[in-house]
Design a protein around this ligand. Structure first.
Ligand code: FHN
Length: 499
């Protein structure tokens, strides 16, 4: 009996712990007791300024992870790092029996070889535009600390490589010339900076060193804003270590400073935490930043999980690995259909979907990425209106695909075509707006719509059946565009019989 109680207590504790740790990637619950906080959110919840509205309308973005890790491409001298490093851009941490001798030293000297002869930022930007990306996130500096811009604050930067030129500048200018907004990825955490600490500094010496690191971080961020004043935001990473978590007074002031210097700047929920160490959401459940930034290689399972916050999902094509990975064999790499599915999931729940590319050490995209980009381009040419500037549609979920909505236009992107070619749209019985016109994007033909009052008892919905032409064939998801208008007549009262 006593043992059962102990087990029950253990289970409760486990559930509680899981709830806490799942807070920013699962359903949100607001704490019942509100705390006095000095270091809560700086910007209002759900900003409505033009910059944030533009963020909400992007739909599709591109992430680019590029740095010294692109040279090895997750292998070295024919040996794969798969069993020794967490991801291709983490290859510096390669350890265990497969790791090359003196590997860290080899890695830290790779900058002497970084000379991407094929790098053409304009080519990347044109490809991104063609595939439909409206914003892009570029790694200025990943965890290895190597800066792709000529920073004054560290010698470990692009000017010391044979390439020499400012890569960040080339990327920012090329993408903006294509009308794509640029966000700068910036890792706080640095593996080989002697002033960096992962634990909170204890001794006076550690405190002084870490303060140097904080000053350096601030200087680099101010430098990025000064050098590239047209960027729209920062995409922060590597902020989980206790050293940073405990520096909440510094990070609060820094966020304020960055925002004051650059009105409209967008910063996600990864940058800083409150004084109780709460990251992404503060101790009162308020979002810390302008959008929820925890959706990395995972998706919210329900719209309600987002609790009305803006968000983006960042996604790799291989299961993991953001930097160039030469060898994709033996891995499940996402197909264009998988990516479209994730894109539609995101936009149907008011999020942006950001697809990662990891160019090689010469500046070329992986052939698998090129293929996906051109397939996305084909799809977006016809269907992008179901992606851009759309919002979550308050319609019962469809087994056929995902709804998105723009004012009185409802889109249903069909991934599961019904075998009877009747796309049934469920509409609450009291709805004021129902489908009154429909067509398939890319097909100039009005589709027949029939109001199907199927008569399920206790059903709160009524149904609109859209007849798909059996001659219309598509080997990818396709979009039914519907115009919503007033229902022409109320449904019959078939449920009145007594029983
Ligand atoms: O450790 C990194 C990883 O290498 C990659 O940059 C991703 C991109 O979202 N972020 C980190 C882990 O959260």
């Amino acid at each position: 009996m006593k043992n059962n109680w102990i087990r029950l207590l253990g289970l409760c504790l486990l559930l509680q712990t899981n709830q806490v740790s799942a807070q920013w990637t699962g359903p949100k619950s607001k704490p019942q007791v509100q705390k006095e906080l000095t270091y809560g959110p700086i910007t209002p919840a759900h900003r409505t300024d033009a910059a944030m509205e533009a963020f909400r309308n992007y739909g599709l973005g591109q992430f680019i992870h590029w740095g010294l890790y692109a040279i090895p491409g997750n292998e070295w001298e024919g040996i794969s790092a798969r069993k020794g490093a967490a991801a291709s851009e983490w290859i510096r941490t390669w350890s265990g029996p497969t790791a090359p001798k003196d590997w860290k030293n080899t890695y830290d000297n790779l900058y002497k070889q970084f000379n991407p002869k094929d790098f053409d930022a304009k080519k990347w930007a044109k490809q991104a535009k063609a595939m439909g990306a409206k914003y892009m996130i570029f790694t200025t500096k990943h965890h290895d600390g190597f800066a792709l811009w000529p920073t004054k604050y560290s010698p470990y930067n692009i000017t010391k490589s044979p390439y020499k030129k400012d890569i960040v500048k080339e990327v920012v200018e090329a993408y903006q010339a294509e009308g794509i907004d640029v966000y700068l990825y910036f890792s706080i955490l640095e593996w080989n900076n002697p002033d960096y600490l992962s634990k909170a500094p204890q001794s006076l010496e550690e405190k002084a060193k870490y303060q140097n690191f904080l000053n350096y971080t601030r200087n680099q961020l101010l430098e990025l804003l000064k050098n590239y004043p047209t960027i729209k935001g920062f995409w922060f990473d590597g902020t989980w270590d206790q050293s940073w978590v405990q520096a909440y007074d510094f990070t609060y002031k820094l966020e304020k400073e960055l925002r004051e210097l650059h009105p409209g700047l967008i910063i996600g929920s990864r940058f800083r935490n409150d004084e109780f160490g709460k990251r992404h959401f503060d101790s009162n459940g308020q979002l810390l930043g302008d959008y929820e930034q925890g959706w990395e290689r995972k998706m919210p399972q329900a719209y309600e999980w987002l609790a009305g916050n803006d968000w983006d999902a960042v996604m790799t094509i291989p299961p993991n690995g953001w930097g160039y990975m030469k060898d994709w064999s033996g891995l499940y790499t996402k197909t264009t259909d998988d990516i479209l599915d994730l894109l539609l999931q995101s936009v149907s729940m008011n999020g942006n979907f950001v697809l990662n590319f990891g160019p090689d050490g010469h500046g070329n995209m992986h052939p698998g990425e090129d293929k996906i980009a051109s397939e996305l381009e084909e799809w977006m040419k016809v269907n992008s209106e179901a992606i851009y500037a759309v919002r979550h549609a308050e319609f019962p979920l469809s087994k056929l695909g995902y709804y998105t909505q723009k004012d009185s236009i409802l889109y249903l992107t069909i991934f599961n075509r019904p075998v009877n070619n009747i796309a049934r749209v469920a509409v609450p019985k009291n709805a004021k707006a129902v489908p009154i016109q429909a067509n398939i994007l890319g097909l100039d033909q009005a589709l027949e719509i029939k109001h199907a009052d199927v008569g399920f008892d206790l059903d709160k919905n009524t149904y609109y059946d859209i007849y798909l032409p059996s001659t219309y064939l598509s080997d990818r998801a396709f979009v039914i565009k519907m115009e919503l208008g007033s229902p022409t007549k109320s449904s019959q009262q078939l449920m009145e019989a007594k029983m």
